[in-house]
Design a protein around this ligand. Structure first.
Ligand code: SAM
Ligand code: SF4
Length: 475
């Protein structure tokens, strides 16, 4: 069979499942990864054009050490070109771990009788948000198990509670969600509460593998989950995040699945996902990792580089599941957002002393438990510009409009100035002396790099206003 990379065997229609495993395997098996072809594909990507499935398959199958280096170098270049040195920071907050599903790999699965179940009370939610604000966090992702308790109305209420918590100059300005897929009405309800991104990870895009890991509860239905973010779009929630849990099935297939999902959303709604996540499977209570599909560090860095080239304008999220040195390495290939100061034990942010991880209380183990301050310090050390910017969604620059990201000068006009302003706030309100000194130096360097007198002076004026006590200034 001959495959046309621009028109897939299953034409894209709204809310119609779009994954064809045979098609994906055919692309992978028929890939032609000559040096010439790899260079052509890289050139297209550096031109900031999204790659099609055939092209991505070729990059995936480019296996020689030289080709892998070329791909990584190109990803590094593209990342600098599109995102600059800006890294957006956030923290996850687990609201409730009751769950009716039985995902084999997750510590919250219904069959895990060892797990200590909990839903944060309103008081606990508030005290956790206060603790996060006192550290300087501005962006959260709220995480929920799947349970009749966690209705869209309940989720919306917790979102509103979070937005209402203010501690000194601290406030949460963007609340994202990672929860079970909802109905169209349900997505409408959470959108009205003012959420940022709604994330649903497909876990594995391979339908047969999916069946093996999901043997109980609503999550058993592969297709329902696959088109759930179509329902979000139908509800007007155009800011969505996709993801695959690497380690469940062949990573090559999952990368293709993520790209296919991106293409589907673009074909149907004219807008791709806002973010892509690529968590790697971690140890969890009552779960032993299956070595068959585990992704090595070397392959993981390749995955990040290939995804960066495949979808130049999609935000890429890296979490504290990864060790600090891996995080440091892959930041250069393509990640635009990381979590920092992460605690995934229920309610742990407001506990004074909690330095150990307890699998009975956690979904899985994390590998980077540094504080927000430590992560920021390290980012500054490596010349990255930490950002707590929340401007786009508050200015309505989401969904199709977010594609303005591809407009030349967008980063310079909005992202860099907003990163500078939010870093200035962080330095004044939360940073220690050493971090502050490094931070101001980097701010100055970034202002100068704007190379536009008018813009430079309006950023400087706003920084001065922040020094005088104003907050939440953005472009
Ligand atoms: N319950 C909702 C769901 O399953 O979509 C949302 C929350 S779930 C807690 C968030 C994500 O955690 C899952 O989508 C899965 O990818 C990830 N996860 C689950 N178990 C994991 C493990 N052992 N290691 C790494 N990530 C895991
Ligand atoms: Fe429940 Fe989500 Fe864990 Fe599955 S991954 S058991 S749905 S919390």
């Amino acid at each position: 069979m001959k495959f046309n990379p621009e028109t897939y065997s299953i034409p894209d229609q709204r809310e119609v499942p779009f994954i064809d495993s045979d098609e994906i395997w055919s692309y992978l098996n028929n890939a032609k990864s000559t040096n010439e072809r790899v260079n052509e594909i890289i050139a297209k990507s550096l031109n900031k054009k999204r790659l099609n499935l055939e092209e991505v398959a070729n990059l995936i199958q480019a296996n020689t050490p030289e080709q892998i280096e070329i791909i990584k170098a190109a990803a590094r270049k593209l990342k600098e070109k599109v995102y600059g040195k800006r890294i957006v920071l956030f923290a996850p907050l687990y609201v409730g771990n009751y769950c009716i599903n039985n995902c084999e790999y997750c510590g919250f699965k219904s069959s895990n009788k060892e797990a200590i179940r909990k839903t944060l009370s309103k008081k606990e939610l508030i005290s956790n948000v206060k603790a996060l604000e006192q550290n300087g966090q501005k962006r959260l992702i709220l995480v929920y198990g799947e349970h009749p308790k966690y209705t869209p109305e309940y989720i919306a209420e917790t979102v509103k509670t979070v937005y209402d918590v203010k501690t000194g100059n601290g406030e949460i300005r963007r609340v994202n969600i990672n929860a079970a897929p909802l109905t169209i009405d349900g997505f409408r309800t959470v959108k009205e509460a003012g959420i940022g991104t709604y994330q649903v990870f497909q876990e594995t895009y391979h339908p047969e593998a999916y069946k093996i890991y999901h043997k109980g509860g609503r999550k058993m239905n592969f297709d329902n989950r696959l088109v759930s973010l179509d329902r979000a779009q139908e509800a007007g929630l155009d800011d969505v995040g996709i993801g695959a849990l690497f380690g469940l099935y062949d990573w090559r297939f999952e990368v293709m699945g993520l790209v296919r999902h991106t293409n589907h959303l673009e074909a149907c709604y004219n807008v791709g996902p806002h973010t892509i996540s690529f968590p790697r499977l971690q140890d969890a209570s009552e779960f032993k990792l299956n070595p068959d599909y585990l992704v090595s560090d070397d392959d993981f860095t390749r995955i990040v580089a290939i995804l960066r080239l495949a979808v130049p304008y999609t935000g890429m999220i890296l979490t504290a599941r990864e060790k600090a040195h891996i995080r440091q390495e892959v930041l250069q290939y393509g990640c635009s957002q990381i979590d920092a100061g992460t605690k995934i034990e229920m309610g742990a942010y407001s506990e004074v002393e909690n330095n150990h991880q307890d699998l009975k209380k956690e979904q899985f183990l994390i590998n980077d438990d540094r504080s927000l301050g430590e992560v920021i310090d390290e980012l500054l050390e490596h010349d990255y510009l930490p950002s707590f910017c929340t401007a786009c969604y508050r200015k309505g620059r989401t969904g199709e409009h977010f594609m303005e990201f591809s407009v030349p000068g967008f980063i310079k006009r909005f992202c860099t100035p907003n990163a500078i302003l939010t870093l200035a706030e962080y330095i004044i309100d939360y940073a220690g002396e050493e971090t502050a000194a490094k931070g101001w130096k980097l701010i100055e360097k970034n202002i100068e790099s704007l190379h536009e007198t008018k813009l430079e002076s309006s950023v400087r004026m706003r920084v001065e206003r922040i020094k005088q006590g104003e907050r939440d200034l953005y472009f």
